[in-house]
Design a protein around this ligand. Structure first.
Ligand code: ACO
Length: 423
């Protein structure tokens, strides 16, 4: 196994040490080129590690996802979302009393200041709930100005509890605003996920009772979405944190990144796609269209997984549980047929395109009565656990600096300014 990378360019000849499977990109700058020190060009950071991280391990070729060493399948089967959040943020699974204290502390912070509800109310009724979530999360910094003391470990901890606690409250308030209903206040009687569902679906007259199978299905989805190492939104959180920002400002940016259809918005796009296909007999024609360059098969493909996304496997099972309670959806048959054809088609096989976490999650959310605009919000709530863990890791890593990539300049050579009349 090579322990260094030998580089020879022009008069230069030297070795860059390889450690942890990587070279230090700054070492490249010792190599002269005609345009200056050698650099690496990596749009989309496909092969660039921007940090060292101990939170989540992924082997994309083998379809493995582990948090702090624990396989996602085991966490999804045995754990609760708040326990996984503890694991991500603190590095170890909690003891029974640690877990009790943690749950209590998070749940104690579920209420939001009334003015935050005013911020949500100020939006138009048809505003996308992700915009309301982004604005309300970013606004929390102004309610907790001491959150700017990011080098104070106690302040970081307190604001982590606050954000974890408040995310479901904000998400539910954003949803209820779109349907013209008052926010529902959190209940001390209910656990994290059940309380979230009650804040979404409770009506004034009737006490809302969740079927425990549905609550568990949502909890499993929360666990599956809690973290995914250096994905686009986590990178956004780390980037914003790197200039010295508080948790709320950093996670506000994460929510923005997650909103995009190539990231968290994909499951919303999957349902749109399934509806557009409409019937089983149109599936082959649709697949041919994709292969001919007519869009992408949403919910397929992943930057890291070149195998079946392990989260998609767990979700496929949860789909069965939810449909057992709620009855089946014809769109599931279309999804299954798409998957069957794509997994046997040379175009998808050769590009290693497999179903990702979003391929089936939208079907579950729809069966749980969520409108499709809420799907990305349902991703943002649990991903907050991962964002907090990475925000903290970013701020406490002595290797880290402000994130500021290089560019390869492709613009004009230097030229004199021409007055407007002379152009
Ligand atoms: N359907 C059809 N073709 C695809 C798809 C797809 N879903 N995804 C990738 N390809 C093709 C590309 O056209 C490209 O083909 P080419 O080599 O002939 O040009 C090749 O596969 C490689 O694709 P890239 O875009 O280079 O892959 P990248 O790693 O940059 O993108 C991404 C990953 C964004 C997830 C992509 O697969 C995609 O757009 N998928 C659909 C959207 C989606 O489901 N996103 C959710 C991701 S999971 C998450 O964020 C939680």
């Amino acid at each position: 196994m090579a322990e260094s990378l030998h580089i020879s360019a022009g008069d230069y000849s030297g070795d860059l040490p390889i450690a942890e499977g990587a070279i230090r990109a700054t070492g490249l700058s010792a190599v002269p080129t005609e345009l200056g020190p050698l650099t690496s060009y990596d749009p989309g950071f496909v092969n660039t590690a921007a940090c060292r991280s101990a939170i989540t391990y992924i082997d994309g070729d083998a379809g493995i996802l582990e948090h702090r060493g624990y396989p996602i399948e085991e966490l999804a089967e045995h754990s609760t979302f708040l326990e996984v959040a503890y694991l991500l943020i603190n590095g170890e699974l909690p003891t029974a009393s640690e877990l009790e204290g943690w749950d209590e502390e998070v749940n104690r912070h579920r209420l939001v200041h009334e003015n935050v509800h005013e911020i949500i109310r100020a939006f138009r009724y048809d505003a996308h709930p992700m915009a309301k979530l982004m604005a309300s999360v970013a606004s929390l910094m102004t309610f907790y100005p001491s959150s700017r003391r990011i080098s104070d470990a106690e302040s970081r901890k307190l604001n982590s509890f606050r954000l974890l606690g408040k995310m479901p409250t904000l998400a539910a308030a954003a949803f209820r605003h779109s349907i013209g209903r008052h926010p529902v206040y959190p209940s001390d009687e209910l656990g994290y996920v059940e309380n979230f569902m009650a804040m979404l679906f409770q009506s004034q007259q009737r006490v809302w009772r969740a079927d425990p199978r549905l609550t568990r299905a949502l909890e499993v989805l929360f666990i599956l979405h809690a973290d995914h190492e250096q994905n686009c939104s986590t990178t956004a959180v780390r980037t914003v944190a790197s200039s010295g920002n508080d948790l709320y400002t950093s996670c506000g940016a994460g929510i923005g990144a997650l909103f995009g259809p190539l990231h968290g918005g994909a499951n919303e796009a999957v349902l749109r796609m399934l509806r557009e296909i409409g019937s089983l007999d149109r599936v082959p024609e649709f697949i041919e269209g994709i292969k001919g360059g007519n869009g992408r098969l949403m919910g397929f493909g992943h930057r890291v997984y070149k195998n079946y996304d392990p989260r998609a496997k767990v979700i496929k099972k949860a789909v069965d549980d939810v449909f057992e309670v709620r009855g089946t959806n014809p769109l599931l048959d279309i999804a299954l047929e798409l998957e069957k054809i794509a997994l046997n088609d040379e175009y998808f096989v050769s590009r290693k395109l497999y179903p990702n976490v979003d391929f089936y999650s939208g079907l579950i959310y729809e069966a749980l009565n969520f409108p499709s605009e809420m799907f990305t919000v349902l991703f943002a709530v649990p991903r907050t656990a991962g964002w907090i863990a990475h925000w903290q890791e970013q701020l406490t890593d002595p290797d880290q600096r402000i994130i500021r990539p290089k560019q390869l300049y492709t613009g004009s050579d230097r030229r004199p300014y021409l007055p407007v009349g002379d152009r």
